[in-house]
Design a binder for this molecule. Structure first.
Ligand SMILES: NC(=O)c1ccc[n+]([C@@H]2O[C@H](COP(=O)([O-])OP(=O)(O)OC[C@H]3O[C@@H](n4cnc5c(N)ncnc54)[C@H](OP(=O)(O)O)[C@@H]3O)[C@@H](O)[C@H]2O)c1
Length: 248
């Protein structure tokens, strides 16, 4: 992973937390935010994968904290947030990115344990991170960014708990936007679109990975949502691959 920290990065005073920061989109966001000058705090379950991302960012001169944690555990989430506050002193944005795909099968064939696990990670995990984030984001007029999916705003047949969890995540995002509007904290959802990651390969095994973009190419909207440029934007749903920065 090539990391080049920009001297004039627009997020140089920010602290940004990314769940699932070890692979795929989360790893690309860690790189992009660090390149924009932010301090990044990452969690994922695999310590080795996380450590590798942190090593790359630190070697380039960036600031990165990497905490092995499972977002479906309230204790793990609290430990991640406490370590971040202790290390960097503030939190400006939290990206709810960690997710698992689960089985893509009709409901009658969906194993119960897999259903519960997908909901625990994708939805309860996002709730736990949002709950820990809110008091911290109130102090910085910060930003919650929820990574949804093309199946996050409707029910697609045979997309199982993943589809339902992403619809729930978008509802959570909208609910938080309303609850936090008077506090200056914003909450938005992003459908990143198809990206060249392990999750995409599992969902579309017949696809040539070269046909979809690497996740780093879809990160502009995430920079926008963590920056002052989106200070009055809340309760919205963005499609990362159609994003045009507003003029001005
Ligand atoms: N790839 C696509 O085309 C696509 C399309 C639409 C939406 N999305 C969404 O984009 C986001 C990123 O997807 P991706 O394709 O980058 O997925 P990915 O390659 O499978 O990476 C998932 C990341 O989440 C972490 N993770 C999984 N379970 C976790 C848990 N319980 N606690 C903490 N971290 C956990 C993984 O690390 P560990 O396994 O080490 O925990 C990994 O860092 C997801 O929200 C996904 O739903 C992806």
């Amino acid at each position: 992973m090539d990391v080049t920290i920009r001297d004039d990065g627009e997020l140089s005073d920010r602290v940004i937390m990314i769940s699932g920061g070890s692979r795929g989109l989360g790893r690309a966001l860690a790189r992009r935010y660090a390149e924009e000058g932010a301090a990044v705090s990452l969690c994922a379950r695999s310590e080795d994968d996380l450590g590798e991302v942190a090593d790359h960012i630190r070697a380039a001169g960036g600031r990165c904290l990497a905490i092995p944690a499972d977002v479906s555990s309230a204790d793990d989430v609290e430990r991640w947030f406490e370590a971040t506050s202790a290390t960097f002193g503030r939190v400006d944005a939290v990206v709810n990115n960690a997710s698992v795909l689960g089985p893509l099968v009709p409901v009658e064939d969906h194993p119960e344990d897999a259903w519960r696990r997908v909901m625990e990670v994708n939805l309860t995990g996002a709730f736990l991170c949002a709950r820990a984030a809110v008091p911290r984001l109130r102090r910085t007029a910060g930003s919650l960014i929820h990574v949804s999916s093309g199946v996050g705003d409707h029910g697609r047949p045979e997309w199982g708990a993943y589809c339902v969890s992403k619809n729930g995540l978008e509802a959570l995002s909208e609910m938080l936007a309303g609850e936090l509007a008077d506090d200056g904290v914003r909450s938005n959802a992003v459908d990143p679109g198809a990206m060249r990651t392990e999750m995409r390969a599992a969902a579309y095994p017949e696809e040539d990975p070269g046909e979809v973009p690497p996740p780093y190419e879809v990160t502009d909207v995430f920079v926008y949502l963590a920056s002052e440029r989106s200070g009055d934007v809340t309760g919205q749903r963005f499609r990362a691959q159609e994003f045009e920065p507003p003029a001005g």
